[in-house]
Design a binder for this molecule. Structure first.
Ligand code: SF4
Length: 373
């Protein structure tokens, strides 16, 4: 691939949120209009100092809650992003929640070429929403989805969370039925994992037991499959042709730009993490950590990320990229014999019924390193 086309994706982080959820471990800060213009200014400088004018096939504005910005602030952001060159049919996503999305904002998104919407819904059950410290107004959800469809947004994702303490399988079925009734193209699912420094972690709330978590995962997989969603990645489901091309760039271990507070990039064999300190970011002191990858690290990332996908590792692509076949680096035959991995002439993947234990399988594979590599 010519050097100039090597990077074809960019992530832009908008860290502002109107409310902070109890489980949140993301890089976020409270919405503050005094900070936003400075933030956008700093973001613009970051982009112009790093971006090399490549034609991008995917752009993803994530957060935080990008839709928490006012109409004017969003327009300033989108004008800045207009400087990113877009390939024809570039997948251009913006995240948001239903409460802060309006028809005017949808029209603005349309005007600037956004063609994929991703909404955090998480749950529709009052008890669990209270626990997550979130709110959802179903009427608002339905009206925004209807307006978005009228405006020809035909690639919409909704995030669903499960495994909240006290959540029953019936509660989960209700949430799934509701999301299915919206007839959207993509569903991302997240099992609640309570991190120690979140509000829930500080209250010492514990994760649900693993058996129930597994039962919930199974239920989601079966139900979404029955409704013609393809389970193309461990936690992601889409109608045919609506896989998230941006996230596939991560799982394919391709390089990408990451701009904004706390964003990560993978550029020139380096994994770079931006500062999470807003004062440092505003002072244009962007990067906080750089991990230089050697060949071994790159191969490990390739395996870990590729095996999240249903299609797994393309053996041909692997040998073209690393000059040797995967089996020359790792002896995974015993995992194939135990049916923990499946091999075809051109791919190696974890069968769907073993995805729940994919971490253990990947660790075993990496332990089978062939001596001398
Ligand atoms: S909306 Fe997302 S980023 Fe903001 S606090 Fe909630 S979980 Fe965190």
């Amino acid at each position: 691939m010519p050097e100039k086309d090597r990077i074809s994706s960019a992530y832009i982080h908008v860290p502002f949120c109107n409310k902070i959820c109890s489980y949140c471990d993301f890089c976020k800060i409270f919405y503050n209009e005094k900070i936003i213009s400075k933030y956008l200014n700093s973001l613009e400088k970051e982009i112009s100092s790093i971006y090399q004018n490549e034609e991008l096939k995917t752009i993803y504005i994530g957060g935080g809650t990008p839709s928490s910005l006012s109409l004017n602030e969003l327009e300033t952001l989108l004008q800045i992003l207009n400087k990113l060159k877009r390939a024809d049919e570039c997948e251009f996503t913006i995240e948001g929640n239903f409460e802060s999305t309006t028809e005017e904002k949808l029209l603005l998104y349309k005007k600037y070429g956004i063609n994929r919407l991703s909404f955090g819904l998480e749950s529709t059950n009052e008890k669990h929403l209270k626990f997550l410290e979130r709110t959802v107004d179903k009427k608002q959800v339905e009206s925004i989805i209807k307006k978005a469809k009228e405006l020809n947004f035909n690639n919409i994702n909704i995030d669903l969370m499960y495994a909240m303490p006290e959540e029953s399988l019936e509660d989960l079925i209700e949430d799934l039925d509701y999301i299915l009734s919206l007839n959207i193209e993509h569903i991302s699912t997240y099992s609640l994992i309570i991190e120690p420094h979140t509000k829930l972690g500080l209250k010492r709330i514990e994760n649900i037991n693993e058996d129930l978590d597994y039962e919930m995962y199974e239920l989601i997989c079966k139900k979404l499959k029955k409704h013609n969603y393809t389970h193309y990645e461990i936690s992601n489901f889409s109608k045919k042709g609506y896989e998230s091309r941006h996230n596939l760039c991560y799982w394919n271990n391709d390089e990408y730009y990451g701009f904004g507070l706390g964003a990560s990039s993978y550029l020139n064999n380096k994994r770079i993490t931006n500062t999470r300190s807003i004062s440092k970011y505003l002072a244009r002191n962007y990067q906080s950590d750089i991990e230089e990858l050697n060949e071994n690290d790159k191969i490990e990332y390739e395996i870990i990320l590729n095996l999240r996908k249903a299609s797994g590792i393309s053996l041909e692509k692997f040998s073209n990229k690393y000059g040797k076949e995967l089996k020359d680096f790792y002896n995974y035959q015993s995992l194939v014999e135990k049916r923990l991995l499946k091999e075809t002439p051109n791919s190696l993947f974890i069968p769907e019924n073993k995805w729940y234990i994919s971490n253990e399988i990947i660790i075993k594979l990496l332990e089978g390193e062939v001596d001398g590599n």
